[in-house]
Each structure stands twice: as C-alpha cells, then as structure tokens.
Design a protein around this ligand. Structure first.
Ligand SMILES: C[S@@+](CC[C@H](N)C(=O)[O-])C[C@H]1O[C@@H](n2cnc3c(N)ncnc32)[C@H](O)[C@@H]1O
Length: 260
C-alpha cells in the first residue's frame, strides 16, 4: 500500500466512531443522500452497500424498506466494527444486515446476485477514473439481470458549477479534499460496461449546494463568520425542488440488461 492509500485508510479508521458524521461533517447532505438512495432502492429486496462506512445509511434503508436485506462491506476494520455495534444498538437482525471487510476493487460476497447495489461517496476514495470504472464493472457483475447500480458520488462537474457561482460572488473556489478523486460525469456516463444501461442522472443535491455553498457562504463571509452547516438557509433546501445541475453529489443510476 502506498503512503497516500495508507493515510486514507487511517483517516477513515479514525472517523469510524463519529456516528452520523463518520462519512461527512455535512449532515444536510447526508440526510439528502439517504432520502435519495432510499427513493432509488424502492422495490428492491436483496441489496449490496459497497463502501458502507459505519452502516448509518444501510440501517436507515432497512428501516424505510422493511422487507429488504443488505450485504455491506468496507475496507476499514474500524468501520466494519461500528456497523456491528450500530446494528446491535438499533436492534437490526444480522440476517437483515450482514457486513464484512472488503475492497471496492475486489468486492466480497462471491456468487451472490443483488437486485440493487449502491455506493455513497466511496468510489471517490479510489485513486483514478480507471480504478473507479474497474470497481463499477466488478460491482455490476454482482447484479441480477434487470438489477440497478446506484452511484451516489461527488462529481467534478458539480463542483465546477458551484465554483462558477462562488467566484463572481467574491467567494474562494472550493477544492476537493486530499483523499478524494471526484468522478467525472462526462466519463462515467460514456465509458461504462456494455452490459449496463444508463437510466438517469439525479441532481438531487443541487438546491442544497446552491443555497449552502453560495448563498449561505456569501452571507457568512459578509458577516465575517464561518458558514454553518445547519443554517436555516441550508435547511430551506429540504422543502424546495432541485434547481439545475449544480449538484456536487449526484446519483447516477444504471440497470443491468436482462438476459436474452
Ligand atoms: C465518505 S465515506 C462514506 C461511507 C458511507 N458510504 C456513508 O456514506 O456513510 C467513504 C467510505 O469508503 C470506504 N473506502 C474507501 N476506500 C475503500 C475501498 N478501496 N474499498 C472499500 N471501502 C473503501 C472508507 O473506509 C469509508 O468508510
């Protein structure tokens, strides 16, 4: 493992016990992601969570979809331990949420077939677009024919669009974090395995990003304050429809072709 990969694994091990904030400090985004993933999983029964973190999303999905069962994996041993702990605390039976240590580049749970597989900002932790596409291809082999691949990830195009509003407003550009390689929407929606069909790009977080990263950030800067994640302006986005495409986090949905 090279130094960057070691540092990234250490980073995630250290965040494992942060509860709802383990995967991101941005609770508004986390709320929208869970709602969006649940929406796209409706009607799915056997589900794989790839890069599950401490299992907060999987547990929320199981509460919303009472007949679903989830297999989950993460490469951080601490994250896997947290899933086991939270599963017990939440009274979720282990036959509804099974978890193991595993890598996005060599996904575990061999010889299983899923109705749906989702990632939630896990692929952005791989080192290159090529690794991300390799992982997508390997995950997709685990789908049943007709199954859904739900990629909820951060995208360079979304970040660039947010910055295109920030700069004229006198705000500094936001850079992606050191441990992330944001996906390219242009690439992901063109170069995908031929046994997949692209169904939809869901810009579910666009209003949230516009209000939090442009409007709220501008007001905070004018007041000489740090922007707060839970400002009323950010929360307003929960009751508004999506505006445009300035969603840093987008959900891309593929389905696997039915066999002939
Ligand atoms: C941003 S967190 C998201 C966690 C979870 N999906 C969520 O949203 O709460 C990224 C997760 O990806 C995991 N991860 C990073 N690289 C991985 C890899 N190569 N294989 C499996 N998991 C990985 C990290 O350990 C971390 O738990």
């Amino acid at each position: 493992m090279n130094d960057q990969n070691k540092a990234r694994l250490e980073f995630w091990n250290e965040r494992a016990a942060l509860g709802l904030a383990a995967g991101s400090n941005d609770m508004g985004l986390k709320r929208l992601e869970i709602e969006n993933i649940c929406k796209h999983l409706r009607g799915c029964y056997k589900i794989l969570d790839a890069g599950c973190g401490n299992g907060i999303t999987a547990i929320n999905v199981l509460k919303k979809l009472p007949s679903a069962k989830i297999s989950a994996f993460d490469y951080s041993p601490q994250m896997v331990e947290e899933v086991i702990k939270l599963r017990e605390e939440e009274g979720i039976l282990d036959d509804r949420l099974e978890v193991t240590k595993g890598d996005l580049l060599a996904p575990p749970f061999e010889n299983r077939a899923y109705d749906a597989i989702y990632t939630e900002r896990s692929l952005i932790n791989l080192n290159s677009p090529e690794e991300q596409m390799l992982s997508i291809a390997k995950l997709a082999t685990k789908l049943k024919p007709g199954g859904k691949l739900i990629i909820c990830e951060s995208f360079v195009e979304g970040l660039a669009e947010i910055n295109s509003f920030r700069v004229p407003a006198g705000l500094p550009k936001i850079e992606s974090p050191w441990h992330n390689t944001y996906l390219s929407l242009d690439w992901v929606t063109k170069v995908f395995p031929d046994y997949l069909k692209l169904n939809e790009v869901d810009n579910f977080s666009s209003t949230y990003y516009f209000l939090s990263r442009v409007v709220n950030a501008w007001i905070a800067q004018n007041n000489g304050e740090e922007p707060s994640y839970d400002s009323p302006i950010n929360n307003l986005s929960f009751s508004l429809p999506c505006i445009g495409t300035c969603a840093q986090t987008k959900t891309v949905i593929f389905s696997k072709f039915q066999q002939n």
